[in-house]
Design a protein. Structure first.
Length: 288
């Protein structure tokens, strides 16, 4: 029943978004609303805000008119979204492992937490668009087991950079959430640190970890898309956004098909995290 309510809520939210979009086009002036020389509300003409049904109709049209091997815009967006999803999930796994290891180390050694946590937080203040070219440049000089660094590897690394932070912070909070009385009880039973970790701290961290993984999944998708745009990696939905934006003057609705594909991609990543939620359902009610 809870899953059904979630699905219904998602459909209702999408419907309300469509209604708000079309209502804005119907009510607001096509040139937007200005106060003096400042536009406070955006333009609503077809060049800036095409109708929803126009965008949906573009999915069935050929991507390149007159091409020998025809591929529809929908097929191009689906293929790009799957490519980006694979990189985002890879970045989520890498970032999740790094974040979990870092959280375990900081929970084990208080001095390490005081030394590293400020730098972990500070790392997220660096603009992603500035990091992407650096990672791509450094990666071009690296060969792993004799294999050259691939452009998609840079995208996965950048995606993991955004994913590791919420998992590291969320898991650290969860590992330190058990009550002092519970920790003292394990000590009185001569339980070592590893036993306490497996039997007390890890189960107690699940309610904190699951929201962190959801946030990390969304961040991994955003990181993958931005990295594709910044590094020029082909094959993903980020590259499609750039390519379709270049033709937005003549066909603005095509750009929105790629943006809609990126939005659906985020929902798919969140649904994938739901599998982890099901696997850890028995621990969701753990109390700190």
């Amino acid at each position: 029943m809870a899953r059904l309510r979630t699905a219904v809520s998602a459909v209702v939210a999408f419907t309300l978004l469509v209604v708000a979009w079309e209502l804005a086009k119907a009510v607001l002036p096509e040139d937007g609303v200005r106060i003096g020389d400042t536009r406070v509300l955006p333009r609503t003409d077809d060049a800036a805000m095409p109708h929803v049904w126009t965008v949906l109709a573009r999915f069935g049209e050929p991507e390149v008119a007159g091409a020998a091997a025809q591929r529809t815009v929908g097929e191009a967006v689906a293929s790009g979204a799957l490519f980006t999803l694979g990189l985002a999930l890879g970045g989520l796994v890498i970032g999740g492992v790094l974040g979990a290891v870092l959280a375990l180390a900081m929970a084990r050694f208080g001095l390490l937490e005081r030394a590293l946590l400020p730098w972990v937080v500070l790392s997220q203040t660096v603009p992603l668009i500035a990091i992407a070219p650096l990672v791509a440049g450094w990666g071009g000089k690296i060969a792993i087991l004799g294999q050259p660094w691939q452009p998609w590897t840079s995208v996965m690394v950048i995606s993991s950079y955004l994913a590791f932070f919420p998992i590291a912070v969320g898991m650290l909070r969860g590992l330190t959430s058990p009550r002092r009385a519970d920790v003292e009880l394990f000590r009185s039973l001569a339980a070592g640190w590893w036993t306490t970790l497996l039997r007390l701290r890890l189960p107690a961290s699940v309610p904190h970890l699951l929201p962190a993984v959801r946030l990390a999944a969304a961040a991994a998708v955003v990181g993958a898309i931005v990295a594709e745009i910044s590094t020029g990696t082909r094959g993903g939905v980020g590259r499609l956004i750039i390519e379709y934006a270049q033709s937005a003057t003549g066909d603005p609705s095509r750009m929105y098909t790629a943006i809609l594909g990126a939005a659906v991609l985020g929902l798919v990543a969140a649904a994938a995290v739901g599998l982890l939620d099901l696997a850890l359902r028995r621990y969701r009610g753990s109390v700190a």
